[in-house]
Ligand binder design. Structure first.
Ligand SMILES: [Zn+2]
Length: 459
């Protein structure tokens, strides 16, 4: 059942202009029908019987856009799998709510069952459940036997019902057909995995598409007005595909340093990079996640099965029982490469968009603030980091003017924070209010009322 959105007045709030970085003091924002209807200087708008939030002392900024998440995670494939649908539905609801209360009002889902995701998207849009807007890639496309190897094809009936998480595409002709089928099913973009090595202990070699197949896929997707996002983790893979007209490159390379040639080619390609550095940092420092997993954050975010599984891993890692293996690549080197590459992307002003990879193994819904913090730590100003999650993310999703800004006629997707995020990006860790499609959600307590997650400041 669709619930109507009541008009809402946010009174006397400071408003951050994410384009220029200025703050307009004591503004009134009138939200109506899910849109920002009017913006007037303090006291300019009369409430006339509608709901009011007193914004005195708070700062309004656009809701964040997470350009890389997997709403149906965490650990769906590894812990009990799709045999337990009830569990998955609970986890999805929890993920959506956590992310919303962490300040995310739009999610670009980068691989998940499309029918199920669209069903959730409709429920969110109608106001039946709290959550961000969903933009969905549907299944991850890969060569037969290719990455991701931990995701298997669902049984036919389940796949037909909720949608597949991965589809194997053997050649150019099937790529054409697959893109067409997915567009008919309502995907908003196409997600591709291109990985010549696995994440197992040996970094085992994996097959990838011949260039011709990937070319065809990008070509047909663009002709169907769908952008193409490609998962790339290894330097050799990046070099192979970076000039193919890909719209976004997901993740940062972690097995070598991008040299000038690579950076120049990347800059020229026009691709946006979504670094998802927080999942890598969590992966490299799993041993430090014990406190989070045992505390309110872990309980808010994860069902007991994946939580205890992760906790066991973290504990083993801490005791040195289970030293991480990445083939001949040293763990410390992988972290160093990832950090150097992020730094180089920022220094070379390659366009970046904010993404967490929440729902994948080591990244958690509600914690987009960590991704912002890592960007700042590697050389961005707080405003630039915020722009990655607002202006530039909106551009990547073709939502310029609708999302990522506080302007008249834009969507009423915004967050109210206490403090100036331009001075201290840590302010983003605990929004006080999140307004999504004009619907206000008050965020309570340190752990966002068992919603969002407040991580201890570990480095
Ligand atoms: Zn991902």
């Amino acid at each position: 059942m669709a619930t109507r959105v009541s008009p809402l007045l946010i009174r006397s709030v400071d408003v951050l202009d994410v384009r220029e970085g200025g703050i307009a003091r004591r503004q009134d924002l009138l939200l109506e029908d899910g849109l920002i209807r009017r913006i007037a200087t303090g006291g300019g708008l009369e409430p006339m019987g509608i709901d009011v939030i007193d914004g005195t002392g708070l700062l309004a900024m656009p809701g964040l856009i997470d350009c890389h998440a997997h709403v149906h995670g965490t650990f769906v494939m590894g812990a009990g799998g799709f045999s337990d649908m009830g569990w998955i539905f609970q986890q999805v609801a929890r993920n959506l709510r956590n992310h919303l209360l962490g300040g995310v009002t739009t999610v670009r889902d980068m691989g998940g069952p499309i029918h199920m995701l669209r069903w959730w998207g409709r429920r969110i849009a109608s106001g039946s459940v709290p959550g961000p807007r969903l933009y969905c890639a549907g299944p991850i496309l890969s060569v037969p036997g290719g990455y991701p190897t931990f995701t298997r094809k669902l049984p036919r009936l389940v796949g037909a019902l909720i949608g597949q998480v991965k589809e194997e595409v053997p050649d150019a002709l099937s790529a054409y057909k697959m893109v067409d089928t997915l567009v008919k099913k309502g995907v908003d973009l196409i997600k591709v995995a291109y990985s010549s090595r696995d994440y197992d202990a040996d970094l085992s070699p994996l097959p990838v598409w011949p260039q011709k197949t990937l070319h065809s896929l990008i070509d047909v997707a663009h002709r169907r007005q769908r952008k193409v996002a490609v998962h790339v983790a290894w330097l050799k893979d990046l070099v192979e595909i970076m000039s193919m007209g890909i719209d976004s490159i997901e993740h940062v390379v972690r097995d070598g340093v991008m040299d000038e040639y690579v950076l120049d080619a990347l800059a020229e390609s026009g691709s946006v990079v979504v670094p998802t550095i927080s999942i890598l940092m969590n992966f490299f420092h799993l041993d430090r996640l014990g406190g989070f997993l045992q505390g309110a954050g872990g309980h808010a975010c994860l069902e007991d099965i994946p939580r205890l599984h992760l906790l066991r891993l973290a504990e083993r890692r801490r005791c040195g029982q289970d030293p991480p293996q990445l083939g001949d690549l040293k763990f410390a080197d992988a972290e160093s490469y990832a950090r150097q590459n992020l730094q180089a992307l920022i220094d070379n002003e390659i366009p970046l968009a904010l993404g967490t990879d929440a729902g994948a193994f080591y990244s958690f819904f509600g914690d987009i603030a960590s991704e912002l913090r890592w960007l700042v730590e590697h050389g961005m100003t707080p405003l630039q980091a915020i722009q990655c999650g607002t202006l530039y993310a909106a551009e990547l999703l073709d939502l310029e003017g609708m999302a990522g800004v506080i302007e008249e006629s834009a969507w009423a997707d915004l967050i109210l924070v206490n403090g100036d995020p331009r001075e201290d990006i840590g302010v983003m860790r605990s929004p006080k209010w999140v307004v999504a499609a004009g619907r206000p959600h008050k965020v309570h307590g340190t752990y966002h009322g068992a919603g969002g997650i407040h991580f201890a400041d570990w480095n």
